[in-house]
Design a binder for this molecule. Structure first.
Ligand SMILES: Cc1cc2nc3c(=O)[nH]c(=O)nc-3n(C[C@H](O)[C@H](O)[C@H](O)COP(=O)(O)OP(=O)(O)OC[C@H]3O[C@@H](n4cnc5c(N)ncnc54)[C@H](O)[C@@H]3O)c2cc1C
Length: 289
């Protein structure tokens, strides 16, 4: 089923997992999914690695979650290090596995490389991949957007212009980068609606798991940590359990406010660690979940 059709009828809860480095890690991903299954996610997604064997795991796990777990799934796909022909082969395999949804992304430049350089015969921007998928395949297509702007964008207006292009070329809905100040999301909604972007925009929420990790993630993706939250993280920086509980409490409040303001869904970055998301969903007790 296309996620756009689910979004027509339901406010969604979705969960994102990542593929392991080696095959030995695959059961761990399934265990994380199983622990969240009782909360009835409307769809789950599996990210796409920078290269190598994890990419095959993305396909394998996405297909497995659909086939064996009867979950609606979305495969992530990036333009990194792949020609159009290679991307076509991935898309053909996803199609043959019965997968109906992909999120089409550009991907990040490899570490140490400044700026994204497509391979010869590859795509420069996510919008090119979205257009290609729309013209050649039948998938439902999602795309990424950025409440605080993408790190390479000179300003929010330019960032939004590029987001709008992705919708014009066929993205059915958008999922945001993580953020910790809901006002950034509400401002994005405002800008998007004024710019004529009328597809669902689903906030992406990452419950904080450790101080070091969240500092690294936010530095990488250009999201800010509100000063009060940052101070609390500093206070408990040596105590991962305390930080995890703080993360649960913060995300519970964050999602409650988003939900109360009518968001079309919430997408949890689970990072294959189900504890926090299960606690948050228990706290929220959203009907149907
Ligand atoms: C929900 C979500 C899921 C993600 N999943 C993955 C994943 O599975 N694997 C992974 O590697 N990464 C993933 N990412 C990270 C993503 O790949 C990076 O954020 C990447 O740097 C940008 O991807 P994009 O699809 O937004 O690219 P784009 O939309 O191509 O944007 C990248 C930059 O180029 C600019 N730009 C876009 N279009 C144009 C244009 N036509 N002309 C000029 N400039 C333009 C944009 O403003 C932006 O600054 C995910 C991000 C999100 C929010």
């Amino acid at each position: 089923m296309k996620i756009r059709d689910i979004l027509n009828n339901t406010r969604t809860i979705s969960c994102e997992f990542f593929p392991p480095r080696t095959a030995e890690g695959i059961p761990g991903v399934y265990r994380a999914v199983e622990r969240l299954k009782p909360f009835k996610p409307d769809f789950v997604s599996v990210t796409y690695g920078a290269g190598g064997s994890t990419r095959a795991f993305t396909e394998e796990i996405t297909a497995g979650l659909k086939e064996q777990h009867q979950l609606e799934v979305m495969a992530h796909l990036t333009c990194v290090a792949q020609t159009k022909d290679e991307l076509n082969q991935v898309l053909d395999r996803l199609d043959r596995s019965g997968i109906d949804n992909v999120i089409a992304l550009r991907g990040d430049p490899p570490q140490g490389q400044e700026g994204f350089v497509p391979v010869e015969g590859g795509f420069q921007h996510a919008v090119d991949l979205i257009k290609h998928i729309r013209e050649n395949f039948g998938f439902g297509v999602a795309a990424a957007c950025y409440p605080e702007g993408h790190t390479e964008s000179p300003d929010l207006a330019t960032d939004l212009k590029h987001t709008r292009l992705k919708v014009e070329q066929g993205a059915d809905f958008l999922i945001t980068q993580l953020f910790y100040d809901n006002s950034d999301f509400f401002k994005l909604m405002d800008r998007a609606r004024k710019a004529g972007i009328d597809v669902p925009i689903i906030p992406g929420v990452l419950p904080i798991l450790s101080t070091g990790q969240i500092r690294r993630f936010t530095a990488m993706c250009g999201a800010k940590l509100p000063p009060k939250l940052d101070q609390q993280l500093e206070k408990y920086s040596d105590d991962d359990n305390a930080v995890r509980e703080l993360g649960v409490e913060y995300a519970t409040q964050q999602v409650r406010e988003l939900w109360d303001n009518g968001v079309p869904g919430v997408h949890f970055y689970v990072l294959n660690r189900s504890y926090s998301v299960s606690k948050i969903l228990e706290n929220l007790a959203i009907p149907g979940h």
